[in-house]
Design a protein around this ligand. Structure first.
Ligand code: MN
Length: 226
């Protein structure tokens, strides 16, 4: 059987040193740094993690972020992205890192105005989180080259001014725990990408501004808001 329309291209991420990583799904964890949980009005304690999704083609390595229509308050959230080479269900914490192919610097762009409205009305978050090109992402670096980062500075500047700063060690749920917990609810598979939450200091961007996100030991990402 042949397709009745041309199949859409498979989203893929450039890898440092060459090659492409094909993306299947994008999962995100909310409120995974205590100081950010507090700034969002939440509990900084270790309450169970919660997850949402973006679309595979929302990941955007172009270095440009088109400001979305129908929003007036769009925030940056710098996050460590984790790319899986293998999947499964009910993965034990001790086996979780063996599934990880590599890491990247990403920004979970969020239409905060629409998210606030969705929270108030108890509606889902897709319009606030899973919009086109909502996840600028840098080149993927293999764990075989950098290991599995569990500490290191994570920061984001806008036009040279520091906005977000934290350390990967401040994650409430660590990468192996995130993978293990996700796999209790979803069947994970090769090509899945997980955004692991943001430190405090989230805030709005405007067209013409330049974001610079860095994660020690992983890389950096520059994105122009257009
Ligand atoms: Mn986020």
């Amino acid at each position: 059987m042949s397709y009745v329309i041309d199949p859409p291209p498979r989203p893929a991420l450039p890898v440092r040193g060459g090659g492409l990583f094909p993306v299947r799904r994008v999962y995100c964890i909310g409120r995974n740094y205590a100081a950010h949980a507090v700034e969002m009005g939440g509990d900084p304690n270790r309450e169970p993690p919660f997850f949402f999704q973006k679309n595979p083609d929302d990941l955007d390595p172009s270095g440009r972020f088109p400001y979305p229509r129908r929003s007036r308050n769009v925030h940056h959230e710098v996050e460590l992205a984790v790319a899986l080479a293998a999947g499964g269900e009910e993965i034990p914490v001790e086996r979780a890192l063996a599934l990880v192919w590599g890491y990247a610097v990403a920004i979970d762009m969020t239409r905060r105005d629409l998210q606030d409205e969705a929270k108030k009305l108890q509606r889902p978050w897709e319009v606030a989180k899973a919009f086109a090109r909502s996840a600028p992402i840098g080149e993927l670096v293999p764990a075989s080259a950098i290991g599995h980062p569990s500490r290191g500075r994570i920061a984001l500047e806008v036009d040279g001014a520091l906005r977000q700063e934290g350390d990967l060690a401040q994650m409430i749920w660590k990468v192996p725990e995130i993978v293990a917990t996700l796999s209790q609810y979803f069947t994970l598979a090769p090509g899945d990408v997980i955004l692991t939450g943001t430190p405090s200091g989230v805030g709005p961007v405007e067209r013409g501004q330049r974001m610079r996100a860095t994660i020690e030991g992983v890389g950096e990402l520059e994105v122009l808001v257009v």
